[in-house]
Design a binder for this molecule. Structure first.
Ligand code: USQ
Length: 405
C-alpha cells in the first residue's frame, strides 16, 4: 500500500513509519516538524538524541534499502498544498497523527489552548474535506484517545466507541447505538472528542472509510525497527508537559528523582506499549470499513493501572522515593476503569504487558542518557485552573529548602 503518515516524525508516528516500511509499504511522512519547534519553545529536549528527519530517513535507507519519503507540510494551515499532494500521490491509506498531543501543554495558557484547538481540529477537518474533494478512497486511520470517554467510575466496561441505549418512543422502547458520550478532561482531549463528530459526519455524508483508534497512554521507547541503528532511536519525553506518567516514573527512578504522583495517585488509566501501538495500526489498516459503514472504533490499550500502584511497583524495584504532590490537573482523585479491547485481540494482538521485563529496558535507556536531563524540567507545572496554579509544587526534590550554609 502507499501510506501517508501525517505526523510521521512524532513519538508514535516515527516507529509506525518504520514498522509499515518494514512490512513493505510505500511510506510518505507528512510533517511540519511542530513537535521539534515545541521542544525549542519549551527549552527541553528528548531524553534520547534525535537526528533530523532527513537523516533518520537516510539511515533507514542504508540499513534496510527501503525509502521513506518526507514532505514538509502543515496539514492544519496549508490546505491547498495538502489537497494537491493527495491528488499527486493518491495514497491507499492515511494515518493521522498530526495533532498536538499533550494535555498539560494544551492547558498552559490561553495561547496554547487556541493553538491546540486550531491545529488539531483544522488538521482533521482539512484531511476529511480534501478526501471528499479529490474523491480519493483512502482508508483514514486516526489516532484518538481513551480520554474521550472521561474517567468517572461507572462500574461497567467501556465499550469500543458505541453505547447501546434504549429510547422511550410513543410505540415503546427502541434500541439504538450512539457514540459513547464524551467527557474530555483537557483542551487536548476535547479536540479528540470534536474529531469524533467530524468523522461521524463525513462517514455518513460522504461514505469516507474511517477508523478511530482510542489509544491509552503509550509507554516504552524502542520497537524492533528503532533498535536497528542508534540514529533510528525514538524520541523519549520526560518533561512535565510531554512526558507521560509511566515513562516519567521510570526516568525519575533512573536519575534518583522522587516519583511525582499527582494527588493520591488513585487515577486509573489505560496503557499500551509502543510495540503494540505500531502493531495495532498495522491490524487496523488490514481491517478497513467499507464505504457507507459507520466509523470503526477500537480501544487501543492492553491493560489498566492505578498511578500510585505504578509508582509503588517502580519504587519497590528501584528503591526510588515516592512524592505525593498537589495535582496540577482537575481530575477525579480516584477512579475505576474497565475497558473492552476485544476487537484487537480478535485480530491477533498479543499484548506486551508491564510484567515482561521491559521496564528495565527503559530505566537502562534513561541511565544511558541521564546527562541530557534538566532536572528543573521534570515537575509538571501547567495548571488546569488559576486556583490550582496557586498550589502547584514546582520543587518536588525540595532543593530550595536545602541549607547551603
Ligand atoms: N500523572 C502523575 N504524575 C506525573 C504525570 C502524570 O500522577 O508525573 C498522572 C496524571 O495526573 C494523570 C495520569 O497520570 O492522572 C496520566 O497522565 P499522562 O500525562 O500520562 O497522560 P495524559 O495526559 O492522559 O495523556 C497521554 C498522552 C495523550 C494520550 C493519552 C491517552 O499525552 O496523547 O491521548 O495519554 S489517555 O490518558 O488514555 O487519554
Amino acid at each position: 500500500m502507499r501510506i501517508a503518515v501525517l505526523g510521521g516524525d512524532g513519538f508514535v508516528g516515527w516507529p509506525t513509519c518504520l514498522h509499515l516500511s518494514d512490512l513493505g509499504h510505500e511510506v510518505h511522512i507528512i510533517d511540519n516538524l511542530s513537535r521539534r519547534w515545541i521542544d525549542a519553545e519549551l527549552g527541553v529536549q528528548s531524553l534520547t538524541p534525535m537526528d533530523s528527519i532527513q537523516e533518520r530517513c537516510r539511515i533507514w535507507m542504508e540499513v534496510t534499502g527501503r525509502k521513506l519519503h518526507f514532505h514538509l507540510l502543515n496539514v492544519a494551515t496549508e490546505y491547498e498544498r495538502f489537497r494537491g499532494w493527495l491528488t499527486e500521490h493518491q495514497p491507499d491509506a492515511i494515518i493521522h497523527f498530526a495533532e498536538q498531543r499533550a494535555a498539560p501543554y494544551s492547558m498552559k495558557t490561553d495561547r496554547h489552548k487556541v493553538y491546540t484547538v486550531n491545529n488539531n481540529v483544522s488538521a482533521t477537518h482539512n484531511v476529511l474535506a480534501a478526501l471528499v474533494e479529490t474523491g480519493i478512497d483512502a482508508h483514514l486511520v486516526h489516532l484518538g484517545t481513551m480520554g474521550v470517554y472521561g474517567y468517572s467510575s461507572i462500574g461497567a466496561p467501556i465499550p469500543e466507541g458505541y453505547l447501546d441505549v434504549e429510547i422511550d418512543t410513543p410505540n415503546g422502547k427502541k434500541e439504538q447505538q450512539i457514540l459513547y458520550p464524551t467527557r474530555p478532561g483537557s483542551v487536548y482531549h476535547m479536540t479528540k472528542s470534536l474529531d469524533q463528530i467530524l468523522f461521524q459526519f463525513y462517514a455518513q455524508n460522504d461514505g469516507l472509510r474511517i477508523t478511530d483508534l482510542h489509544q491509552g497512554i503509550v509507554w516504552g521507547t524502542h520497537t524492533d525497527q528503532t533498535k536497528r541503528h542508534v540514529q533510528l532511536i525514538n524520541r523519549f519525553d520526560y518533561d512535565g508537559d510531554y512526558g507521560t506518567v509511566l515513562n516519567r516514573f521510570l526516568i525519575q527512578a533512573a536519575i534518583d528523582y522522587p516519583l511525582t504522583v499527582h494527588g493520591t495517585g488513585g487515577q486509573t488509566r489505560a496503557f499500551i506499549h509502543i510495540r503494540d501501538s505500531v502493531r495495532c495500526i498495522e491490524l487496523a489498516l488490514g481491517d478497513a470499513p467499507k464505504a457507507g459503514e459507520r466509523v470503526r472504533i477500537f480501544n487501543q490499550m492492553t491493560e489498566t493501572h492505578r498511578v500510585r500502584d505504578l509508582a509503588q511497583m517502580i519504587a519497590a524495584q528501584t528503591g526510588a522515593e515516592v512524592a505525593f504532590l498537589p495535582n496540577p490537573r482537575k481530575e477525579a482523585d480516584e477512579n475505576e476503569l474497565i475497558v473492552k479491547n476485544d476487537q484487537f485481540l480478535a485480530l491477533g494482538l498479543e499484548p506486551t504487558t508491564l510484567a515482561e521485563g521491559l521496564l528495565d529496558e527503559i530505566v537502562d535507556v534513561a541511565k544511558k542518557y541521564a546527562h541530557r536531563i534538566d532536572r528543573k524540567r521534570v515537575p509538571a507545572v501547567s495548571a488546569w485552573t488559576r486556583d490550582i496554579a496557586a498550589r502547584i509544587e514546582t520543587d518536588p526534590e525540595g532543593k530550595r529548602l536545602r541549607s547551603v550554609s
